[in-house]
Design a protein around this ligand. Structure first.
Ligand SMILES: NC(=O)c1ccc[n+]([C@@H]2O[C@H](COP(=O)([O-])OP(=O)(O)OC[C@H]3O[C@@H](n4cnc5c(N)ncnc54)[C@H](OP(=O)(O)O)[C@@H]3O)[C@@H](O)[C@H]2O)c1
Length: 181
């Protein structure tokens, strides 16, 4: 089984503004840019390759507050030690857990999962610290916002990466894929 990160950041490395807003990320409001046509930067292909999406409570709360659940019937696990229940709207596919990344990873591996999508800054950092991430795809959006929620923090040791490929899209997005060594 492998676990991957697929995420958009600003050029200065943030995944959201300090209050969690994603207004710097084109399309995050659900409005499709006509110049992009059906370009989705590989997201559908990536989603089709995963069995389970693991996200942190902050990411879940942001997504559910938009009223747009982009994950269809994909099984989603929300990690939280404080949330009491999941919204009824998505309760068929989403469940709530509180455990360490390695406990969840081993449990999902035993259940037969092949590919996990790990999402949310703190959640990604926890899985990275546990050496549980195999691939990272970062789409850099050409904007600087100065402050926000960082993608990478609290990493006690260097994590070496191998660059696999980079695609520069016409709209200025630059997407790089790395393997975690
Ligand atoms: N740019 C992008 O592509 C992108 C993608 C995803 C998210 N985002 C944005 O990033 C922001 C959220 O990131 P974030 O760094 O704040 O956090 P996050 O990872 O989404 O959520 C952090 C929370 O997850 C829970 N959690 C994580 N690991 C846990 C564990 N092992 N056991 C129990 N609970 C655990 C904790 O919740 P409790 O406090 O309840 O214990 C923790 O406070 C949102 O604004 C979201 O919109 C952006």
């Amino acid at each position: 089984m492998k676990a991957s990160v697929y995420i958009a950041t600003t050029v200065d490395g943030f995944i959201a503004r300090p209050n969690g807003e994603l207004d710097w990320l084109p399309g995050s409001d659900g409005v499709v840019d006509p110049e992009l046509g059906d370009e989705d930067f590989g997201f559908s292909e990536f989603m089709n390759s995963i069995d389970v999406l693991v996200m942190g409570r902050n990411t879940y709360e942001l997504v559910i507050s938009t009223g747009q659940w982009a994950y269809g019937k994909t099984k989603v696990i929300v990690l939280s030690s404080t949330l009491k229940e999941i919204s009824e709207i998505v309760s068929n596919t989403v469940c709530l857990r509180s455990c360490t990344p390695i406990e969840l990873y081993n449990e999902l591996k035993e259940s037969g999962a092949h590919h996990l999508y790990i999402d949310g800054g703190k959640t990604i950092q926890g899985f990275l610290r546990g050496n549980l991430i195999s691939e990272i795809t970062i789409t850099k959006v050409p904007v600087l916002i100065g402050e926000g929620i960082p993608l990478f923090a609290n990493i006690p040791e260097d994590i070496k990466l191998t660059h696999l490929k980079t695609i520069a899209y016409e709209n200025g997005f630059v997407q790089s894929k790395y393997e975690v060594n």
